[in-house]
Design a protein around this ligand. Structure first.
Ligand SMILES: [Zn+2]
Ligand SMILES: [Zn+2]
Length: 413
């Protein structure tokens, strides 16, 4: 019984509602189609179970499916971990160094951020992932990243099965003419007699699954490398942006400060062990974190407060240099922009050359920010905020940024 309750966490059963969303429906369909077709192709046509290789292949396929689903469901149902509602630091003095969340009516613990989708402050928030319909953060960072590794590995194995099945089944039946390819599905193959002939629908299913497997390998594989890069420095995607802004702020004010990212423990292995443990539960309580010797618990939160105050004074201002139509995966903005579109349901905003944007965060290829609107639009409470390709804008030098930020605050020199 204790074994069972260790596997199935009954207290998380209400979380099953997370499955009713396009993200999990699509993700699980892809896993389902690829696994089912790979297993059927193997045992019926390519590698029947009557040989040792065939059995090993079959067990490996089952293993991939189980491991992928295990990490996927854990990422979804364990969740990122939330800061308790109304949370206060033990030492009342520390509230000076923390931001307050009006929705959760509590202070935001170091590394936590409020997620608008989850409507809670999330421990060590990385991003809200629509594919697991949950946030990726402290408690599920390892499960999420393991899924990102296992899914492409399983897909590569499946893709190999698909290609080999089609190759061996069509080898005798395919003939090439000058301008045509002829597949004679009625031709009988002599080598061995499968329980079922390789029909045109089996061929179509295999080809379709191959497309899904290759697409998943590329897209998810790239997400894995992005996550690992961040994890090996013990950062989150949000903190990468905070660090960039810190450097920007220090350079602008020439304060001579040195910003050391406090959670990078120095070694990649040290950082790796913070997230990945044998038990699956990451190190730490999600509130207090081990920090670099020159830093303290509030190094990052103080920097965030400085940035927040500074944001009122100046925003990172960008000028639009290239039109953009607002498409999620825009054509003609470069391959990387196309495939690295942010995995979020947040809107994309169309851009016209000459417009000004106040950016608040971004990735290497995309940025998120507020468009500077006409006076009357701003007064009417209008706000255009969303993602756009980084290559469509260029950073304005602060000296030339003479118009005030969107919230109307004046530049304070
Ligand atoms: Zn909150
Ligand atoms: Zn969320």
């Amino acid at each position: 019984m204790s074994m069972l309750s260790a596997i199935v966490r009954f207290e998380n059963l209400h979380e099953l509602r997370r499955l009713c969303h396009w993200g999990p429906i699509i993700a699980l369909s892809v896993v389902g189609v690829c696994s089912t077709v790979a297993i059927l192709d193997s045992i019926i046509w390519f590698w029947p179970l009557d040989s040792t290789g065939g059995s090993v292949n079959f067990i490996m396929l089952i293993n991939w499916t189980v491991l992928i689903l295990y990490n996927y469901f854990n990422a979804m149902f364990v969740g990122p971990g939330y800061i308790p509602l109304g949370w206060k630091p033990e030492n009342p003095q520390d509230t000076l160094y923390l931001q307050f969340c009006r929705v959760c009516r509590g202070y935001k613990a170091p590394r936590s951020h409020h997620c608008r989708k989850c409507n809670r402050c999330v421990m060590k928030m990385d991003h809200h992932c629509p594919w697991i319909n949950n946030c990726c953060g402290h408690l599920n960072h390892a499960y999420f990243t393991s899924f990102l590794l296992l899914a492409p590995l399983g897909c590569i194995h499946a893709a190999f099965i698909f290609v080999m099945t089609m190759y061996t089944q069509l080898y005798d039946r395919i003939s090439f003419g000058w301008s045509s390819v002829k597949i004679d599905m009625s031709a009988i193959r002599r080598s061995h007699h499968p329980i079922m002939p390789f029909s045109i629908s089996a061929f179509a299913a295999t080809l379709f699954a191959l497309g899904l497997a290759l697409g998943t390998t590329i897209a998810v594989g790239m997400l894995f490398f992005i996550q690992m890069k961040v994890i090996l420095r013990n950062k989150t995607s949000i903190e990468v942006w905070i660090e960039e802004k810190a450097r920007d702020r220090i350079q602008y004010y020439q304060t001579g400060e040195e910003f050391i990212f406090p959670y990078d423990l120095g070694g990649r292995w040290e950082n790796f062990k913070q997230v990945f443990t044998w038990s699956g539960v990451p190190e730490g309580d999600g509130i207090e974190w081990p920090v670099h010797e020159k830093c303290h618990q509030h190094t990052l939160t103080i920097e965030q407060l400085k940035q927040k105050a500074d944001k009122r004074v100046r925003s990172v201002q960008y000028r639009v240099i290239e039109d953009y139509n607002g498409a999620c995966c825009p054509v003609g903005k470069g391959f990387r922009t196309f495939i690295r579109t942010p995995c979020t349901e947040e809107p994309r905003i169309p851009l016209t050359r000459g417009e000004t944007i106040f950016a608040t965060r971004g990735t290497k290829w995309w940025m998120y920010g507020d468009k500077v609107l006409e006076e009357e639009q701003t007064q009417a409470g209008g706000r255009i905020r969303g993602w756009f390709p980084r290559r469509c804008v260029e950073k304005c030098l602060y000296d030339s940024a003479n118009s005030p930020p969107a919230d109307g605050a004046k530049k304070d020199n």
